[in-house]
Write a protein of this length. Sequence first.
Lengths: 155, 432
Amino acid sequence: MSSSLEKNMLILRSSDGEEFIVPEVVAVMSKAIKNMVEDECASNTIPVPNVDANILAMVIEFCKKHDESEAEAASDLKTFDSEFVNRGQEALYDLITAANFRDVKELLDALCQNVAEMIKGKSVHHIRIQFLGYQLFEILTSNFIWNIWCDRDFD
Amino acid sequence: MTDSHKRIAIDNGTDDIVSGLPRNLIDNILERMPVRDAARTSILSRNWRYIWSSLPHLVLDKRFFADIIRNNPLYAYTFVSIISNILLLHSGPILKFSLYIPNIHCDWDLHVTQWLLFLSRNGIKELNLDNRNVKSYKLPSYVFSCPELTHLKLRNCVFKPPEVFGGFRNLINLHFEKMAFAANIFGTLVPSVPLLETLNFSGCTGIEHFNIHSPKLKTFFAADSRDVKSISFQSTPNLTMISIVLGKKAENPGQGSTINLHKFLDNLPRILKICFDGFFLKLLAAGPVPWVLSIPFNQLKHLVFTKIRFDDLDQMSCVFCLLRSSPNLKKLRMTASTVRDNAMELDPSYLEAPGFMYQMLNQLRTVKITSITGLRAELLFIKCILTCSPFLETMHVQYHQIVDAHEGFRISTELMRFSRASPRAEIIYLKS
């Protein structure tokens, strides 16, 4: 690592050109960045394509919190996680793809759990309104499973 | 609306956030919810239609059955036909299949056998059969010809490998619960699972001799295995955790018992955690118990003893042998036995002999001793630990329910008097 930076700091550059200075321990929570650092193909600036400054800032915030609070109580971290992922659909989508692309396991888990909670226990009607923003008028499939198992409680 | 079967398509061009995600993420999300909720997503929109039916993980657990049973007098029939339908509709491999078999009265076993045949042809890797039926289930032979299996968890099944058994070459995790085995299971099974890392037996009958030689084995659990007469670990260099709880007095420990503490524990260089119960210690003490083991457990951090009788010399000599052989012990947990027979009452004054524990437990930080009734042997044991652990931080003590407030006060005043080697040691009384 050749850089004039302080030791153990990395610069991450988002797709729209903004730069973030991040401690290495935080940055390597992303497996993809970790691999780059380990293979020593990371120069002083690591480009993070496909992720804009807004989303990158969120991801860094999440990783910082998880890095600091290793010693902290797990319940605190859980509250933080559930508040963190509670966002609008578009931000959620961008965050999930960013976490997947950069391979940040903790963030991906928290986000997927959040989306799962949005679907869990809801009727088809609800999920449609929530995700698709519209409602199909009437669907009655003749399939056995739907009639007696899936939709029984909501008819 | 007479034609309610007709779907009125509204395509306003908006995509929902989830169906636009990469497939591995959709699978990740859908695996986090009950299978019924995941199935419901397939009528959300055209994009969603086939997503669920190719999900590689199917968890049909207790909750799945509870959803069926509600307001449904024909639940046994429904249960069977829903699962058959799910499998018929499924496309692509099923890597993980978990099934709860409720106590229903119908020919469920025929159906389970068919499902397993289907699974064995679809690349199953993790299989979990949780049979809660009164009838035990005989595993069909094709389960034994699934070479891809990595995790196998069975409850209340008859496990009988066929004559020609190629083995589970990829199996990592094996869990048996309430199973009855033919006598020589270890002779046929264990050599054929070379990659095994976790082996768990609970409530299994018919196994008298555990001869374990799996070079990759990391954890070994045996609970409620009352038929055990001998256990030996050969070539298990990677074993990090052992837990053996007999749960009941071994029948005739003297006869046919070939366990010897020295031989038994000599070959475990990487052991991190040991958990034994008093009955097993009794079995270990049937052979000669050495003062200290020839090779100390330098890695051992955590010792747990359950159902210990502090006034039983056999059990305590094993406990002390293990304590003396674990210089790096960090955590000690003991639960006193609640069974009292006064026939074994021994003079516990040996605990006070100088140099009994001769070696300091320099790494010991936390101790928890529960269900004590204030026997002299218990108090002297606590005293002994307090005097030989200079860096102890907390000592949790919990009384048994039968100890009343007055007796509890007597015990605590007694405990207060003991000198502590560690200036930071704190004695904490927990509510029983």
